[in-house]
Design a protein around this ligand. Structure first.
Ligand SMILES: [Mg+2]
Length: 343
């Protein structure tokens, strides 16, 4: 019977669930310039626009306090929101911070969490302007909303890429996933034998990539100085392949990327191999690196060509050419997006 139908959320997945909920939303205010569907919403505000994004982090789903210090959780909660503001090519200005806590947490623990929030607010030059605190039945929940500013013509959406644009990725990729695997492995070792001290010295880079990511506002400011507005942009929170698929869908283009151009740190590569993971799979499908993925018009290439931390990984194509990865041996394989599955 239809009224008793039960659909598992896992059948839809995260993006399917967003599409499903989006169907029932009707925009009523002309100042709502862009609603759901990009890294942040866009609101008209006189001679400029405001961009707004929000993220919810749940203990046991997004972070594990067995290995994530509360300061880092606080910092990361801000950084992931700032990263979505950066992804719109906007400048973050304000945040609100809401937390729910069980009685397991002391005032000192809350102070530790907020020391991370405040350090990030300082680092990204944003003001904490409000929030809410409430009780939780189990564990810690932290929700942050970030508000940024830009001129309308400065914004980069997912939908602006044209055929033959150059695809750029900042920093290095896969580290956060590899770091998470190491932290999980050491946690299992510790739980099996609490006398064992976890030995993380060899893995400081990858564990930091997981625990304390940095939103790439530096790149946004540099591109502004160079007068570059990316034709499309998003931040890499769910994995490079998944983010490329978003650009393809929103911009109606295909992509060709090159394995030998993909940025991976040596420690990420070596640790992936040690863990029995394919490093390139970590780069393509690892989440939470919070680097930027963007496309530029070919005319802007010269301005970024020498940049040490921007990598030119491929180019956009006609949509019918599909999504392709050219391997080191020159073989063309179809890109598959796996993304991050919470459900
Ligand atoms: Mg994003």
């Amino acid at each position: 019977m239809e009224e008793n139908k039960r659909t598992e959320i896992g059948e839809l997945g995260e993006f399917g669930l967003i599409d499903h909920l989006n169907k029932s939303i009707v925009i009523k205010n002309p100042s709502t310039f862009k609603g759901i569907g990009d890294d942040a919403a866009v609101i008209e505000a006189g001679d400029h626009v405001k961009v707004v994004t929000t993220d919810l982090l749940i203990e046991g789903v997004h972070f594990d306090l067995a290995y994530a210090p509360l300061q880092h959780v606080g910092f990361k909660a801000v950084a992931v929101n700032v990263s979505d503001i950066a992804a719109m090519n906007a400048i973050p200005k304000q945040i609100t911070v809401s937390i729910a806590l069980s009685n397991r947490f002391s005032v000192e623990a809350v102070d530790a969490l907020y020391s991370g929030v405040n350090a990030a607010a300082e680092h990204y030059n944003v003001d904490v302007i409000g929030g809410d605190t409430t009780a939780s039945r189990s564990g810690l929940v932290i929700s942050i909303t970030a508000i940024g500013e830009a001129k309308k013509e400065e914004l980069s959406y997912r939908s602006g890429a044209k055929v033959n644009d150059i695809i750029c990725a900042t920093g290095d990729l896969g580290g956060a996933l590899v770091g998470l695997q190491i932290l999980e492995r050491e946690k299992q070792v510790f739980m099996a034998n609490p006398d064992m001290k976890p030995d993380l010295d060899k893995y400081t880079f990858v564990t930091a990539r997981q625990l304390k990511p940095d939103a790439r506002m530096d790149i946004i400011h540099e591109m502004r100085e160079l007068g570059i507005v990316p034709t499309s942009m998003l931040d890499i929170s769910d994995g490079l392949a998944s983010e490329l698929f978003h650009i393809c869908k929103a911009s109606n283009v295909g992509v060709t990327i090159y394995e030998d151009k993909l940025p991976i740190d040596k420690q990420t590569f070596d640790t992936a191999v040690e863990l029995g993971l394919d490093p390139i799979t970590c780069v393509l499908n690892g989440g939470e690196d919070y680097e930027l993925l963007f496309t530029i018009d070919q005319k802007d290439f010269e301005k970024l060509e020498k940049h040490a931390d921007i990598h030119f990984i491929g180019h956009t194509t006609k949509p019918e050419e599909g999504k392709n990865l050219v391997t080191k041996s020159g073989t063309v394989v179809e890109l598959k997006a796996q993304g991050w599955k919470h459900f």
